[in-house]
Design a binder for this molecule. Structure first.
Ligand code: GLU
Length: 305
């Protein structure tokens, strides 16, 4: 029967298109590194018949500014990139992150810590007297877990007194709950890791998932958003490679789907350093003002016309 032939079936149930996203934080102007990441996502979506989404990661109210967000839209449009509307702005979705946090909290996986950064540094220095204290992939010392020892009544008392706090993931408990996990890497990590990669979230220690004033963090919102937006392909810079361990762990704990990942090379400056802020030599606005065309940007970052 024609109606049940495989060809007809696939027409009736087409594979959903892949979904890509570019997720900048409006805490500065875009530079060549952002252009590379955005264009790679946009090209990949076009070549695969997929969708391209733009997401504004603006939960850090102290650093994000409306003029940087406006500049993101202008610079991407100038590059010839088109995105679906509406744009998801994280600051408008805090209740969704809070719900996810509450689910983890109900599982007993979250605890408050009250030390300042300086107090943590002091604690680490004391412990370091014996042997070097472990550091995370970004070079920050792991949280020593001191607040885990506080009793429930001590925690309640400190919160009632109005003490500032961070909500941390109990990493040992979370890893035990989730079991062994992997992700599929279509790019490569800092040491060439590719294919099926085993997650190692423990290298981050008890990561912060929220703070007293902000019910989320980069890790939590990225995972909630990728799931809510149906993102299937996460294409981003290699500097975020090991963050994927935390993202896969949170996906497993929250029962969220697993995208595939492609961590791409970073665009480096003349001194071989990662671009951290836009300068006259690397900022898209500066380059545009000096007469550089979008096609030149593609060439500068090594993408085909
Ligand atoms: N907002 C992050 C950044 O600007 C990117 C997050 C991601 O792609 O997962 O570095």
């Amino acid at each position: 029967m024609a109606g049940s032939s495989p060809a007809m079936m696939s027409l009736e149930n087409p594979m959903p298109p892949p979904v890509f996203r570019f997720a900048p934080s409006p805490n500065g102007y875009l530079h060549l590194g952002h252009a590379y990441s955005a264009l790679l996502n946009f090209d990949s979506a076009r070549e695969s018949g997929g969708r391209f989404l733009l997401r504004i990661e603006d939960i850090d109210v102290a650093r994000c500014r409306p003029e940087f967000e406006a500049a993101i839209y202008q610079d991407l449009a100038w590059l010839g990139i088109a995105w679906e509307q509406p744009v998801r702005r994280q600051s408008e979705h805090l209740s969704e992150y809070r719900d996810a946090l509450e689910r983890l909290s109900a599982e007993g996986l979250i605890y408050p810590s009250f030390e300042s950064r300086a107090e943590i540094a002091k604690l680490v220095a004391q412990r370091e007297a014996g042997a070097p204290w472990p550091r995370d992939p970004d070079g920050a010392p792991l949280y020593p877990g001191s607040a885990k020892l506080l009793s429930a009544s001590e925690r309640a008392r400190l919160i009632e007194q109005g003490a500032p706090y961070a909500l941390r993931l109990d990493m040992a408990a979370a890893c035990a709950r989730a079991g062994d996990l992997t992700w599929t890497e279509h790019g490569a990590g800092p040491d060439g890791e590719t294919g099926v990669v085993a997650v190692r979230p423990e290298v981050w220690g008890d990561v912060i998932l929220a703070r007293k004033e902000t019910p989320t963090s980069y890790h939590l919102s990225v995972v909630v958003d990728d799931a809510l937006q149906g993102v299937t392909e996460v294409v981003r810079g290699r500097d975020l490679f090991w963050s994927t361990s935390v993202h896969r762990l949170l996906q497993a704990l929250l029962g969220l789907p697993e995208p595939v990942y492609r961590h791409h090379r970073l665009i480096l400056d003349g001194a071989g350093q990662k671009l951290s802020k836009s300068t006259a030599a690397t900022g898209l606005r500066e380059l545009r003002a000096s007469g550089v065309a979008p096609a030149d940007i593609r060439r500068l970052v090594g993408l085909p016309p």
